[in-house]
Design a protein around this ligand. Structure first.
Ligand code: HEC
Ligand code: HEC
Length: 294
């Protein structure tokens, strides 16, 4: 690139004056800046001066210009947080004094409560019950309408507060499936028969030649006291419904027999004392609203 220095003052083709700059034979025309551009440019300068005056702007040796309103980003954040805290505090207080049955009638309170419950669930419960409450083998599914210990708000609240088979809490849910095989109450054939009978109750296929009559007898004598005459479960004993399609441990004949042989008794910790009452209330409402609350 070659700078030729000063060239003629007018471009011969356009008649526009030139700046006198020319590179490789191309001369720069001296067109005025568009008006709109120029005014925008002036406006930004005026704006910046105003900004320097109003907001903290220029660094000084040990400090900085404060701006006429003495606005501080830190104070602004603190104020916003305080506002949020007051709002949250008010909602938490409202939740604390609202009877649990009445929470769902107040749409704002319900939204707040479910959000609080969702966070507490992710922190404390999801590890066992899954992030969506879907459960896993041995860990109850919480979003179906099948409840081992009852699905009313009061039932769920008791389960959460006192846990299941959590021996250090005297109000914990107690009741386990005994190890009927290992302790010699039932022999191998009786266990197989009862498993076939249970599967037939749930509408699952059983092998041809299964002795369902013998299984029915075992069930009536041993199992019905906890699971109920019709095997529909009993929240008093924590014995699950055996005639529906929901299984805590699984519906395989092998798994059912294993339970009868070795016993079952899933453990859930008590949360009372570890979580405050309002959090337990929020968790109860949240779990109840997952889909299967009664
Ligand atoms: C260490 C694992 C574990 C943790 C953590 C846990 N649970 Fe559980 N939970 C269980 C087990 C196991 C059961 C099933 C108990 C049984 O077999 O009867 C259960 C049962 C329940 C039930 C009863 C379900 C029914 O069908 O009646 C509710 C409600 C429940 N959990 C809620 C919660 C909530 C809310 C939290 C968090 C505060 C939580 N759980 C944390 C293991 C856990
Ligand atoms: C003393 C009460 C009791 C007796 C007797 C009893 N059960 Fe249970 N059973 C339970 C309890 C409680 C559970 C749930 C265990 C848990 O939540 O971990 C259970 C769980 C089960 C399960 C697992 C259900 C699932 O959803 O996975 C099956 C199957 C079962 N019992 C069948 C039987 C049969 C068959 C008999 C009779 C031979 C029997 N039970 C006798 C209390 C009992």
């Amino acid at each position: 690139m070659k700078h030729d220095g000063h060239e003629p003052d007018f471009d011969e083709v356009t008649g526009v004056s030139t700046t006198g700059h020319s590179w490789d034979g191309i001369t720069e025309l001296n067109n005025p800046l568009p008006r709109w551009w120029l005014w925008t440019f002036y406006a930004t300068i005026i704006w910046s001066v105003g900004y320097w005056i109003v907001y903290p702007a220029w660094p000084l040796v040990t400090s900085y210009t404060q701006g006429v309103f003495e606005w501080r980003s830190r104070t602004a954040v603190v104020e916003e947080l305080e506002g949020l805290k007051t709002l949250r505090g008010a909602m938490t207080a409202k939740l604390a004094r609202t009877p649990i049955e009445a929470v769902s009638a107040d749409a704002d309170l319900m939204t707040f409560t479910r959000a609080l419950g969702r966070v507490a669930f992710a922190d404390n419960c999801a590890g066992c019950h899954g992030s969506g409450g879907g459960g896993a083998k041995g860990f109850a599914n919480l979003n179906d309408d099948d409840w081992i210990w009852g699905g009313k708000l009061g039932d769920i609240s008791t389960t959460i507060a006192h846990g299941v088979r959590w021996v250090s809490d005297e109000n914990s849910r107690i009741g386990a499936m005994p190890a009927l095989g290992r302790t010699g109450v039932l022999n191998g054939k009786q266990i197989g028969d009862a498993a076939d009978f249970v599967r037939s109750l749930a509408g699952l296929p059983v092998e041809a030649g299964a002795d369902l009559a013998a299984g029915r007898k075992v069930f009536a004598e041993i199992c019905a006291s906890c699971h109920g005459e019709e095997a529909k479960g009993n929240p008093e004993t924590g014995a699950p419904n055996l005639v529906d399609a929901v299984w805590l441990y699984g519906s395989d004949r092998k798994i059912i027999m294993e339970g009868m042989r070795e016993g079952r008794g899933g453990i859930m910790p008590a949360w009372s004392g570890r979580l405050d009452e309002t959090t337990i209330k929020a968790l109860t409402v949240y779990v109840h609203s997952m889909g299967g609350g009664e």
